[in-house]
Design a binder for this molecule. Structure first.
Ligand code: IMP
Ligand code: MG
Length: 173
């Protein structure tokens, strides 16, 4: 396992930005609950913090989508590994992602969830690597745009390691 880590975004920077995103979301939604859907597993920490940064009523659920093996690049293949428990029909849905990379995962997820007739559907992602996009994704809320480097921590993993790091770090080597 590599131990070559460089802090890209500190826990304090992330906390500040998540608070701002929560305020923005509060300002944008009129009434009724926001159905926040976390894409497992990478977004679990961001989801927990963003949900608490939002003051409006929130309902949460989780989806499992896998497009990555244990490597650093997409397999291009997307698989639904866990579906929602709740119905999103007629609801305001906010998909909560850790990072948008190729866009393959969210492009698939958006098409899937649109078929269930939500009232609205938007994306909040903590990180965006725009250089890597191969499928278009319309993102409403972005925490940070980052360069094309592999990052871990704050929920993000490399082969299931490092998810509990409080900072987001670049993993090299
Ligand atoms: P996409 O389908 O290529 O946009 O991939 C999105 C998913 O790939 C994310 O939700 C992450 O789980 C994973 N991923 C992409 N880039 C990174 C990274 O730099 N570190 C850790 N996971 C990543
Ligand atoms: Mg993910």
């Amino acid at each position: 396992m590599s131990t070559n880590l460089r802090v890209l975004l500190s826990a304090a920077q992330i906390k500040q930005r998540v608070r701002e995103m929560g305020r923005q979301i509060d300002a944008d939604y009129a009434s009724g609950p926001i159905y926040m859907i976390s894409v497992l597993k990478g977004s679990f920490i961001f989801m927990a913090d963003l949900a608490r940064a939002v003051r409006r009523p929130v309902r949460i659920d989780f989806m499992g989508i896998s497009s990555y093996g244990n490597g650093k690049t997409t397999s291009g293949e997307v698989k639904l590994t866990r579906d929602l428990d709740i119905s999103i029909e007629g609801q305001n849905v906010l998909i909560v992602e850790d990072i948008v990379d190729s866009g393959v995962t969210l492009n698939y997820l958006l098409r899937l969830l649109h078929q269930r007739n939500p009232k609205s559907i938007h994306i909040a992602t903590l990180l965006d690597k725009p250089e890597r996009r191969i499928r278009p994704v319309d993102i409403r809320y972005t925490g940070f745009q980052i360069p094309d480097e592999f990052v871990i921590g704050y929920g993000l993993d490399y082969a299931e390691d490092y998810r509990n790091l409080p900072d987001i770090c670049v993993l090299s080597g």
